[in-house]
Design a protein around this ligand. Sequence first.
Ligand SMILES: [Ca+2]
Ligand SMILES: [Ca+2]
Ligand SMILES: [Ca+2]
Length: 165
Amino acid sequence: MAFKKVVVKLHNIQNVNTGDDPGTELEIFGRFDVARLSFDPDIGELLSFDAQNLWNVSGDGAVDIEQGTALILERSATLQVNQGEVLQITGHLGEQDDIGQNDQLGSIDLRFPLNNIATGLVSLPAFQESDQIATVKMSMAVGQQGESSPHAGAPPHAVAFDDEP
Ligand SMILES: [Ca+2]
Ligand SMILES: [Ca+2]
Ligand SMILES: [Ca+2]
C-alpha cells in the first residue's frame, strides 16, 4: 500500500498590519493541528487519526507581535499518510482585545490526498479582521515514501552477531 511519511512544520506567525488595533502590536492567539483522515466504510465517515498539536494558545495567553515581525515557532509533527487517506491541517487565529470581544482572524481546514502531499510551503490565506492582518508560514516535507508500509515485513538491518558471553 502506498504511503508518505510527511513532516508538517509551523514556522512562524507574522503581524503584517496592526491596523486599527490599539498600540503597535497584535495580541495573537489560536491553535494549529495536523491529523490524517481515513474513510471508515462501515460507518461511511472520515475518521481522524494521529492528531498532533503544533501550537495552542488561549486568549488569556495571547502573544504580542509587533507589526512587521514574526513569532518564531518552528514546531513540527510527523505523520504517515497511507493510500486512500488524507492529510488534514486545521487552525484558527484570534486577536485579543481588552475592550469588547476578541477578533476572529480566520480558520483553515486544509485537506491533502496522498497524491497532493509534496515537499514545499503550504499555501495559506491571510488571517484578517478589518485591517488587522496576520500571515502564517507552514511547510511540509516528504521524508519517506513507498509502495508498502515500512511497518510490514522484516526490519531493514538484521543483527549479524550474537552477544553471548
Ligand atoms: Ca483587535
Ligand atoms: Ca494591540
Ligand atoms: Ca488587540
